[in-house]
Design a binder for this molecule. Sequence first.
Ligand SMILES: C[S@@+](CC[C@H](N)C(=O)[O-])C[C@H]1O[C@@H](n2cnc3c(N)ncnc32)[C@H](O)[C@@H]1O
Length: 206
Amino acid sequence: MARSKSSQRWLGEHFSDEYVKKSQQEGYRSRAVYKLQEIQERDRILYPGMKVVDLGAAPGGWSQYATKLIGSKGRIVASDILPLDPLPFVEFVLGDFRDEAVLTEILNLLGGERADLVISDMAPNMSGVDAVDQPRAVHLCELALDMVRQVLKPGGAFLVKLFQGEGSEAFIRDVRSSFKTVKIRKPAASRPRSREVYVLAQGFVL
Ligand SMILES: C[S@@+](CC[C@H](N)C(=O)[O-])C[C@H]1O[C@@H](n2cnc3c(N)ncnc32)[C@H](O)[C@@H]1O
């Protein structure tokens, strides 16, 4: 099958990327793991025994990394539209997180307790047309925030990928209305030319 110039460029960058090589050497399923690792090293959001919800978890790099830090007494409920090859200590819900049934299953797996942390690395399928992609991406973040308000315990934290552009400042203001502190992180593994940043919100106020 013929590949477009942009997909050829993506593949070229992907395979020469130092984080791709590192993830393959270290047995991680994605290069995205180094974004979470850098945030963890700075902000210490993961700790033993905690309950974590990982939205948009496939192929599973973030969940893999999180299980190492939360240990056997912790719990990870991961969810994605795409299937996830099983990971030890990770409970998985297949489906669109916007479906009521997915939310119900996540809540069931949390065993009647709220989560300490929700992480979301979700991104919509990009069309390449900014006027279409940006509102879609921000809307996904808003829906993730709605879900967070239903599953997170008071004092809990939320880490979410956001694309800077139209609507992103309004989303950050919305996050601020429910959390004591909100920080923006741009890890080294996040490609400089990408407008993606991570919003880290801590101290959830119910
Ligand atoms: C960048 S990947 C996540 C990578 C992951 N953090 C890792 O380390 O392996 C984004 C994921 O978001 C998922 N996603 C996008 N929209 C979603 C939705 N509405 N519900 C559930 N998952 C979604 C995609 O299927 C994709 O697997």
